[in-house]
Design a binder for this molecule. Structure first.
Ligand SMILES: O=C(O)CCC(=O)C(=O)O
Ligand SMILES: [Fe+2]
Length: 368
């Protein structure tokens, strides 16, 4: 049996190393650029978390690609609604093309976020903090002190709405691009939300009316080269908490989606955007749309992987402060499968644990 005396020193060493790393503000990018050939111990994930890294399926089909062109024609719209509905029900993820944002803007946004992560440590350090819920924050691993092991990524995060973010709070090197991206990503999210809303048999504008596109968090992730990609993760398996997520990535692979019990690698489509369903949308749709687990493997390429994520959350809760499956979707044949919950319960759950905590959805599921 382990005694306190022999258990404490390694734990203490780990905690001290995590704190030193955090206080150095160098991020994983700084570690990678320093030329290390092995990763610090606190980045090493336990064997059970790494055992299925090699099991990624390359044959289980690929993410549906949905063309958003021609939505003005009623026939075309109906077809697209069905594709979106099917993808949201079975994959919880899909890629969209012809979404209306020029490729040059996608490339410029990626370039600007990369430029931020490429800035010298002193410049980035000004933004390094752990203050969730507002403003601009740059840090390595949001859940650094909560997770079982750290993962190989750094992130720049900015709360873009519902209250507008004063632009001068954004780092200069990517300020214009982040601001512009907020508008573009919101435009695409609203287009997709209309299709998702219609896919449930609701009015086109229902999700917008429910304020599903107002609260937005921008995250610019950087997954630098990792010298030991088999011992750590880029991001551990999780589901996204909100309504939908819009994801833009550079050409370096890494994202994997759980589908049919297997991890499926997502191949980036140049010019495409990835959309995924979050926990909140699974709940309000009464389980019709699925919030699916995904993860990012550590990057083994010399070029950093950049991914730009915009999380959309609802901004106004119902008068009672409660939320749950939308009443108009319920009937005696289709009763609610989730209990109502409060904004506080949702947020407490999100911020209390590491990313891979038990999903909120499981906690509010009504057992039959
Ligand atoms: O980097 C990616 O591709 C995914 C990031 C992600 O899943 C997240 O930030 O929630
Ligand atoms: Fe995610």
């Amino acid at each position: 049996m382990a005694t306190a005396a022999d258990a404490t020193p390694p734990n203490y060493r780990q905690a001290k190393a995590v704190k030193e790393f955090d206080e150095s503000k160098m991020g994983v990018k700084g570690l990678s650029d320093s030329g290390i050939t092995s990763i610090p111990e606190f980045f090493v994930h336990p064997p059970h978390a790494l055992s299925d890294l090699k099991l990624t399926s390359k044959t289980a089909g690929s993410l549906p690609v949905i063309d958003l062109a021609g939505l003005e024609s009623a026939d075309c719209r109906r077809t697209t609604i069905n594709q979106v509905k099917e993808a949201a029900k079975t994959w919880g993820f899909f890629q969209v093309v012809n979404h209306g944002v020029p490729v040059a803007i996608l490339d410029d946004t990626i370039r600007a976020v990369r430029a931020f992560h490429d800035e010298p440590r002193d410049v980035k350090a000004k933004y390094y903090k752990r203050e969730e819920g507002r403003g601009v924050m740059y840090a390595s691993n949001n859940d650094l002190y909560r997770a079982e092991a750290a993962s190989w990524h750094d992130s720049l995060q900015a709360w873009m709405g519902p209250e507008p973010l004063p632009p001068e709070e954004l780092p200069e090197v990517c300020r214009h691009q982040v601001e512009a991206w907020d508008g573009h990503a919101r435009g695409v999210a609203e287009k997709v939300m209309e299709l998702l809303s219609e896919g449930l048999g609701l009015e086109r504008g229902r999700f917008k009316e429910l304020t599903f596109s107002e609260s937005r968090v921008f995250v610019g992730h950087c997954y630098p080269y990792c010298p030991e990609p088999d011992r750590t993760m880029g991001i551990t398996p999780h589901t996204d908490p909100g309504i939908v997520t819009v994801l833009l990535q550079n050409r370096i692979k890494g994202l994997q989606v759980k589908h049919g019990g297997e991890w499926v690698e997502v191949s980036p489509v140049h010019g495409g955007l990835i959309i995924n369903v979050g926990d909140f949308l699974q709940i309000v749709s009464n389980g019709e749309y699925k919030s699916v687990q995904h993860r990012v493997v550590a990057n083994s390429e010399k070029e950093p992987r950049i991914s730009i994520v915009m999380f959309f959350n609802l901004s106004k809760w119902r008068g009672s402060g409660h939320y749950g499956p939308l009443p108009e979707l319920l009937s005696p044949e289709r009763p609610a499968i989730y209990r109502d919950f409060t904004a506080q319960q949702f947020l407490d759950n999100f911020y209390s644990k590491g990313l891979d905590s038990k999903s909120f959805i499981e906690k509010i599921q009504i057992q039959n």
